[in-house]
Design a protein around this ligand. Sequence first.
Ligand code: SF4
Length: 641
Amino acid sequence: MLELDSIFSPEGVLSRHIAGFRVRSQQLEMARAIAETIENRRILVAEAGTGTGKTLAYLVPALLAGGKVIISTGTKTLQDQLFNRDIPAARAALKVPVSVALLKGRANYVCHYHLERCLQDTHLTFVDREEIGYLQLIERYAANSKDGDKSGLREVPENAAVWQLVTSTRDSCLGSDCPNYKQCFVMEARKQALAADIVVVNHHLFFADVMLRDEGLSELLPACNTVIFDEAHQLPETASLFFGESISTGQLLDLARDTKIEALKDARDFLPLPDAIASMDKAARDLRLAIAEENTRIALTEIKRYPNFITALDHLSQQLAELLKLLESQAERAEGLENCRQRAAEHLYLIQRWRDDSEMDGYVRWVEVFHQALQLNATPLSIADIFQKQMTTSLRAWVFTSATLSVKKDFAHYNHEMGLNTAQTASWDSPFDYAKQALLYVPQGLPEPHHKGYTDQVVAAALPVLRASRGRAFFLCTSLRAMQRVHELLQATEGFDFPLLLQGQGSRTYLLDCFREMENAVLIGSQSFWEGVDVRGEALSLVIIDKLPFAPPDDPVLSARIEKMTNEGRNAFMEYQLPRAVINLKQGAGRLIRDETDRGVLMICDPRLITKAYGKQVWQSLPPMKRTRDLAEVEHFFADL
Ligand code: SF4
């Protein structure tokens, strides 16, 4: 530990080599705890307030410990930041010869096989000239790029439709049967990950591919001594997603498209196939149309409200079974047809399983309806047992860290949800002086959030504060509907001249760049801006939160979990809903103060913070800001800035 003391000291290597490094006792303590965890192969759940410097606190012991380490982050942006900036800086400062690899999900790499298929069949899938232009750029990029990572080709927008056709999915990848296997970017990235000392992944990849052992990655986790999860508060959500099962009409339409391409190439003489493909394609589209609403989640127990749904699902199963039968007779003609046969069989199996009550004990089944697609989901009621089983396959150190994991330093909720019964826990407060830097304002006179017209009253209460702060605010809403309403009302307010930015009017990066440049804007957002956003300095001086972020109780997964806990005689509100809301709120509130010189006001409009018995637990979980209910005090605060 002496070595860590010297590394993190004012004269240490980090001070000398890393720009902006500040000595913080919390950071050193956290690094010591992580070093011990790695050495003794334990489990540590570590909460580190904003500004602790948790990245270096885990990187330094991980780099020094040797052995193989997987670091998993919440987003691809954070992954790039770690790989391109933080790890090289720490490695250079410590002068340790460790190799590092960056591994993303397969959808991030150009797939030679599907690119070639696509180039041969442009008349089949493209009508759009712009997309054809993109395809040519991708072709050139694939020939010259070393890694095939699509983030390296900025000329083609990330959401361009063509990417879907030139990347692989777990379904559509031919693996070792692929004629392009030797030059494959996905396989090369995986090979490098297997050879490297430190592998940087993201949570989606970790759960989908590493933990569930996708082909080609099965050796990664067993070879690893340490796993570190940054932004670990996101794990329960991600793990639920990947420990569950799902099948979407989008996958079935992809299957229809790929089968059509493969059939044209290798089974042109087999006449029944095109009709069967078209019938299955239509049946998948009809299933989506069986529910008129969009962006909604419906529990299986509620599905009787949609009388056409079950008929459409039965019809889709029949058409898929028919297609499978035909593919079975043709599969041996080419590896592409064999891949389509396997996919048809797996999709059919998943649909049949989803329908079968006896198979789905311990899962909640539900339907998610998007604009163009519909997905059947089965989500485990609890991920604790599944995760625990995966963790205990071999002995290694596990570190879970984030700025928001506990409720008043109590980790029971998180540990219970993740099955971390034997974990040690630790919490380090932010080094910032919140009492001086920030003010928590809860306005008076607002009704309860279920009150009709609540959002209008929130906006009325926010207007004088927005004027006092001269814009420079995030207005964070808990629903898209409230977000739209806030935007409408602010836009219609006479004399309110601050520029308004609304989530969805551009990419998140674009909106944040505009926000920083404008210097007096109000950014109205919902979930996208609630976390992972870092705006330092005066550009962001006010964060308004419309109400406490409880998940909607009609959500099928949440309501099934509540019912399960209630049946077990537990208090679902106190043990599950409240801690989740607190962790979310801490994330939203965390946008305000990003360094020692930041100052600002956090306005939480929800009166339940004061009127309900649990409100105290909520505000006591926030950093220790000065609190007020007096608008004049808020105005003074801004006047002083
Ligand atoms: S192995 Fe899979 S990802 Fe790689 S080129 Fe072939 S199909 Fe594409």
